[in-house]
Design a protein around this ligand. Structure first.
Ligand SMILES: *Cc1c(COP(=O)(O)O)cnc(C)c1O
Length: 402
């Protein structure tokens, strides 16, 4: 079976998972190298066509063993702080390391300078405090702006442009800071915005209009403009041409180098979570399969975002003859993955395969309830699976004391 066949939307019925998967321990993550390489190819050709530089936002995907798949396609990594910056410097050493953090710590900043090439500050105060030493160390410095342009509905916790947001500097905040500290503009090489989440390029275009209106005069003095993440570039149907027009516009109007730092788009639809049914319980009309994987522990965005992950050979509830709720084994009543339907009733021992599980999973899971962390496997393009990491009791206990 080729990687492509296993990309969502999954075929709803019929078929079976590759036999090699039956031998994997559950729960486990299975990262699909073919799908990652295809995402890398799409991003690499965008960069080659437009001259933009694309960074892997490691907070979404940081399985560094697979970073070589992005080599020659991505320009480097983006980090949320010291540890991710160090990981990027160690594991994608040929690339640039960019970092954005809502507030840097004084006791970490010196070390951060060892790893980072671009340092983006969230506020004028942080720029004043750390900008001079960053520049003295030869780093490129930037400010995250808040263009006050919300383009998403429904996901309020993912909207950094919401009123009162702490993320980014509004034009009014910047002007007030500059009138008190006239040296501020001289500390800047670039501007950065990150306002999108799983969005198409129409939202980027709207945002870029707002950026142009509010910060166009500053941008003419900048070397670079970072468009942040949230661009769903590798999703089928994404409007690539509109993105290319946005990049060309920034090049033309302000003469800036454009950076993109997608997380999701790098590893979209490029991983699975394999789990087995431990028990099936029925309460009134509701039948629930209790799995050995937990939404709360192993796919936290299912609850946090929230969303219903694609399931291989499962359909919308009611579509196929047997509907069943899928849930985790923890004590949390809301540890529910979602409602699905199947050709046959689920029974103890059945193997289930969730899709799109490479992003915000392996780097975001936890051991709530003492749940084991799933092992991580990689699936090479010839279909062979190999173990990247496994975990045990010591990983649970070791975080709590010694
Ligand atoms: C989260 C984040 C990204 C990546 O976002 P995706 O939605 O995964 O593409 C990039 N840059 C910054 C500053 C972020 O906070």
């Amino acid at each position: 079976m080729k990687g492509q066949d296993l990309r969502p939307p999954f075929q709803a019925a019929g078929g079976c998972v590759p036999s090699e998967w039956e031998k994997l321990p559950t729960p486990c993550y299975l990262l699909d190298e073919g799908a990652l390489a295809e995402n890398a190819r799409i991003l690499g050709s965008l960069a080659a066509r437009t001259g933009c530089r694309i960074l892997l936002a490691q907070k979404a995907f940081s399985n560094f063993n697979l970073y070589p798949l992005f080599q020659g396609k991505l320009a480097g990594t983006e980090a949320s702080g010291l540890y991710e910056a160090r990981l990027g410097a160690e594991e994608m050493p040929e690339g640039e390391v960019h970092v954005f953090c809502a507030a840097y710590r004084e006791d970490e900043f010196e070390e951060l300078l060892q790893y980072a090439d671009h340092i983006v500050f969230n506020s004028p105060a942080q720029l004043l405090k750390f900008g001079p030493s960053a520049r003295a160390a030869g780093k490129s410095t930037g400010l995250r702006i808040n263009p006050e342009c919300s383009t998403q509905e429904g996901h309020a916790i993912y909207d950094p442009c919401a009123p009162g947001s702490r993320l980014g500097t509004t034009r009014a905040q910047w002007d007030a800071a500059v009138s008190a500290h006239s040296q501020l503009p001289s500390l800047l090489d670039g501007l950065h915005f990150h306002t999108l989440c799983e969005q198409d390029s129409d939202a980027l275009e709207t945002t870029l209009d707002a950026v142009s209106r509010q910060y166009g005069d500053l941008l003419s003095h900048m070397k670079w403009l970072n468009f942040g993440g949230g661009h769903h570039i590798t999703r089928p149907g994404y409007d690539m041409e509109r993105l290319e027009r946005c990049i060309a516009r920034a090049n033309r109007e302000w003469g800036v180098q454009v950076y993109l730092e997608p997380g999701e788009a790098c590893a979209l639809n490029a991983g699975f979570l394999l789990t087995r049914v431990l028990d099936v319980v029925k309460n009134g009309e509701v039948q629930t399969a209790v799995l050995d994987a937990s939404a709360a522990c192993h796919m936290p965005d299912v609850i946090e975002m929230p969303y219903r992950p694609p399931l291989l050979y499962g359909d919308e509830p009611g579509k196929l003859p047997f509907s069943c709720r899928l849930a985790g084994p923890t004590c949390l009543a809301g540890d529910v993955i979602g409602d699905y339907s199947f050709l046959e009733p689920l029974k103890e021992g059945d193997l289930l395969v969730f899709g799109d599980m490479a992003i915000y999973t392996t780097c975001k899971n936890n051991t709530f309830n003492g749940m084991p962390l799933p092992a991580i496997f990689a699936r090479s393009e010839d279909g062979k699976c190999r173990k990247l990491a496994e975990f045990g009791y010591k990983d649970f206990k070791g975080r709590l004391g010694r």
